[in-house]
Design a binder for this molecule. Structure first.
Ligand code: PHE
Length: 456
């Protein structure tokens, strides 16, 4: 649907669900599958989950509401939206920096997210070719090692993944992203529910539930709270202008707070289901829990290669991972393209070509960090891949988050916020306002300083 705003034609989501699908698609990503389950299990199970839920409600949802609000009111690229809104409040036009910083963050994350997206295609192909049959600990580690050691292979899959993303984003919001997520998101939840059904039949189903949920309050510490806050931030796709960009295409009649609530609940649900699935499979096969790439690309294949029905489960699992990575990566490219369209006057296809090629190129360097450039550690003993990850997740995201919270809490007038959120000045509205004004900035500063000091 093309809506007319301020006399300018601007693409738009066809409705509430299109937006919710796209935002949930962005939120549910690799982080839900390889990170949340493990950090929950390691840091107090149910006790961690409680802290995490508090982080989502106290910090995540209010910030998401703020980002969507700025996007929809500004109806422009993220940096322009901040500038326009700041202008209306007679505040400095430098507030556009909040949007620009988020765009830079999404660009950097896209570079290495695409490399990992490429791995998920490669492993899907491997699963389809029954490549895990009979795998054991050594062979699985050796095969993942050999895969990472091959620069051409990594670049090939990274290129393919980026190509998919570029194709979808170049077709715009309603014809590209909306259509893609209308298949990817329901697909993702069906695959996840199917896997959950399977997990419930495995002997270690209750062990998995216990690992993730049985509360151990003695494990809670400042470091654990920090991890919960950081996880809530990343998994809800906050601090990278994604929700600002997606919000800018949101029709006026959609209620922002309930949309943000639904997205956050679906994201948490996906993380919990994925955790139960992953650990049921891992524990049923007597394998050790772990997080990150090792869990997904080394440990899980051993299970897929040995249990009855492992072929189908493996194929379904890697489809799930690919869908999750795909719908998240799309959302990372969109804010950059919007900026190139509005500021540099590029057409959408050109903007996509420029942004995707630049991200592809840097992504190639990230892919080479696993082989040719493995010993190239230009800063603080970190490879290029690690630097990109560190700078975006630990520095840019929290910084952007602080700016967004301060902007929504202090710069934006009560009238503008209330009008855009379509709320009365009741306890809900003031609850939100107080959270973004005082609580969220303090929490995000805590995350930022904690991450810089390397706690948690
Ligand atoms: N939310 C995604 C995840 O949990 C990561 C992501 C962040 C994706 C930002 C897009 C944008 O994996």
């Amino acid at each position: 649907m093309i809506a007319k705003t301020d006399g300018v034609s601007r693409d738009s989501w066809s409705g509430r669900f299109a937006f919710i699908f796209a935002a949930t698609g962005s939120a549910v990503g690799i982080g839900n599958i390889w990170k949340f389950p493990y950090v929950a299990g390691e840091n107090g199970g149910g006790a961690f989950v409680l802290v995490y839920l508090a982080a989502v409600f106290v910090m995540g949802i209010p910030l998401m509401v703020g980002e969507i609000l700025v996007g929809r009111r500004g109806r422009s690229s993220p940096s322009d939206s901040f500038r326009i809104l700041a202008g209306k409040e007679n505040a400095s036009h430098h507030w556009q920096f909040a949007g620009t910083l988020g765009i830079v963050a999404s660009f950097i994350i896209l570079t290495f997210y695409s490399v990992i997206g490429g791995w998920s295609i490669a492993y899907l192909v491997k699963a389809l070719m029954n490549g895990f049959a009979g795998a054991d600990g050594d062979s699985s580690a050796a095969s993942f090692g050999a895969f990472l050691a091959n620069p051409w292979l990594l670049i090939f899959w990274h290129t393919l993944f980026m190509g998919f993303i570029a194709f979808i984003v170049s077709r715009g919001i309603s014809h590209g992203i909306e259509r893609a997520v209308s298949v990817l998101l329901p697909g993702m939840f069906l695959l996840l529910l199917g896997l959950f059904g399977y997990a419930a039949t495995t002997p270690a189903f209750t062990d998995a539930l216990r690992f993730m949920f049985s509360p151990d309050f003695s494990k809670l510490s400042a470091g654990v709270v920090l991890i919960a806050l950081g996880q809530a931030f990343f998994t809800l796709s906050l601090g990278m202008s994604v929700m600002v960009a997606y919000g800018s295409f949101l029709p006026r009649n959609v209620k922002i707070p309930s949309a943000a609530l639904i997205v956050s609940i679906c994201d948490t649900l996906a993380a919990v289901l994925a955790g139960v699935v992953v650990f049921s499979i891992v524990f049923s096969n007597g394998l050790p829990p772990g997080s990150g790439p090792g869990l997904i690309f080394q440990t899980m294949p051993i299970a897929f290669g040995n249990v009855t029905g492992g072929y189908v489960i493996g194929v379904v699992f890697f489809f799930l991972l690919l869908f999750a990575a795909w719908s998240s990566a799309i959302s990372l490219l969109e804010p950059i393209v919007e900026r190139l369209e509005s500021r540099n006057g590029l057409s959408r296809p050109r903007g996509v070509a420029v942004a995707a090629s630049a991200a592809w190129l840097i992504g190639c360097a990230a892919a080479l960090s696993f082989n040719v450039l493995a010993d190239f550690k230009p800063i603080a003993g970190k490879t290029i891949f690690d630097i990109l990850d560190y700078v975006s997740s630990n520095i840019l995201l929290p910084l952007t988050g602080i700016l967004v919270a301060v902007f929504c809490g202090w710069v934006l007038s009560t009238r503008a916020a209330r009008d855009e959120l379509d709320m009365r000045e009741g306890p809900l509205f003031w609850g939100w306002r107080i959270l973004v004004r005082f609580v969220v900035p303090v929490l995000v500063v805590f995350v930022f300083v904690g991450l810089l000091l390397g706690i948690g």
